[in-house]
Design a protein around this ligand. Structure first.
Ligand code: SF4
Ligand code: SF4
Length: 368
């Protein structure tokens, strides 16, 4: 078992050890700055441990602004938002090692749309990223997070996906220097892209508090992750950050319905059984049913005193479900702190997702 040094007590990292790590995923290609700022503020005050965003300087700046407001409110003596045990969430940036659906945007030319089209694309988009009004026509680039739901729905086949891979330029290094944590999205078969990315950023990554590897399922998943572990030297003392394996079940789908959570749980069970170094955290299809299901399966808080206890997941990341929960409030009030009742509503909604995870788990961890 990994013993955290005392300096990491009462920090977001400690939540991994306690099995109650909560991560908000804003989206690896989501760049709606006011929304990112307000999502950060609401979920930080609700007790999130990590805010995961696009590796983009403007987005990072929006997160920092939201975190600064949350910290000020949480430390305001006697104020409505005072939080004696407030922990500043980690700022995580996401990068891709190779092609990845999280790093794409939809695109079409609205001029080509027939006038009588019923616009099913507009209706299906969960991020209100397709509009036909006086200010926007077509895909609103910053809001699109690449979920792909609009792609097959156009009866005229006009919508295409445009890849936005991470470029390892000076800006990427600047972004990394401002982050606490990094997530690398990869898939089985992308070993050379992963190796190139890791070798390029290794020295900076080693200075971060946490590195997360996000990977979808595949029959060769476990050998692939073991190879990544070897490339990163994750079992050696030279590897400094805390390592998290993000089991990406059904990417960007948690708001669709109950069943989306099963894929994330299946892959988490597989990764837990692989006994890798580090912690296991779910994502991809997570929603309000995920915690209940994990508890039913004994994967969240087994008896830490039992030698027969199953290995447990260390936390859950929520993306589209978490965003959709509070976006109706945020869309009406982009500067939440200026509208107290809106901030109250947004934080209460965020807490409805964060607190059950914080309250349901005390115990164990999947660590080495
Ligand atoms: S449906 Fe998904 S991919 Fe299409 S525009 Fe909306 S967010 Fe982007
Ligand atoms: S469904 Fe296709 S044709 Fe219709 S408005 Fe959307 S992109 Fe244009």
């Amino acid at each position: 078992m990994k013993i955290l040094d005392s300096g990491k007590e009462n920090t977001p990292i400690q939540s991994l050890l306690s099995g109650c790590w909560f991560k908000l995923i804003c989206g690896a290609s989501y760049q709606d700055l006011p929304a990112v700022r307000s999502l950060t503020l609401a979920y930080a005050l609700a007790g999130a441990d990590c805010i995961d965003v696009a590796a983009d300087l403007a987005v990072v700046s929006a997160v920092k602004s939201g975190l600064a407001v949350a910290e000020r409110l949480a430390n305001q003596t006697g104020g409505q938002w005072q939080r004696p045990h407030y922990k500043r969430p980690l700022l995580m940036v996401s990068m891709s090692a190779g092609e990845d659906p999280h790093f794409r945007k939809a695109w079409f030319d609205p001029v080509a749309c027939p006038a009588d089209c019923a616009r099913p694309c507009e209706e299906i988009c969960p991020a209100a990223a397709i509009a036909f009004d006086l200010t926007h026509s077509g895909v609103i680039h910053d809001r699109c997070y690449g979920c792909g739901r609009c792609l097959p729905i156009c009866p005229y086949g006009l919508i295409e996906a445009r890849s936005q891979p991470t470029s390892l330029d000076a800006i990427a290094y600047q972004v990394l220097s401002q982050a606490d944590a990094l997530e690398i999205h990869t898939q089985v078969g992308q070993l050379s892209a992963f190796t190139h990315l890791w070798q390029t950023i290794e020295s900076q990554a080693n200075q971060l508090q946490l590195v997360s590897i996000s990977c979808p399922d595949n029959k060769n998943l476990v050998p692939y992750l073991k190879e990544l572990q070897r490339i990163m030297g994750a079992s050696s003392s030279a590897f400094k950050p805390v390592l998290v394996w993000q089991t990406d079940g059904r990417p960007m789908s948690g708001d669709i319905g109950k069943g989306t959570t099963h894929a994330a749980i299946r892959i988490a069970q597989k990764v837990l059984a692989a006994d890798l170094s580090g912690y296991v955290q779910l994502a991809g299809g997570t929603n309000q049913y995920t915690l209940t299901k994990l508890n039913e399966l004994g994967l969240m808080s087994p008896d830490s005193g039992s030698v027969t206890a199953l290995p447990a997941v260390s936390g859950i990341a929520y993306g589209s479900y978490a965003r959709r929960l509070v976006m109706p409030v945020i869309e009406q009030n982009y500067y939440l702190e200026e509208v107290p009742h809106a901030l109250q509503t947004a934080v209460t909604l965020a807490e409805s997702l964060v607190l059950p995870l914080k309250q349901a788990t005390i115990g164990p961890q999947k660590t080495q």
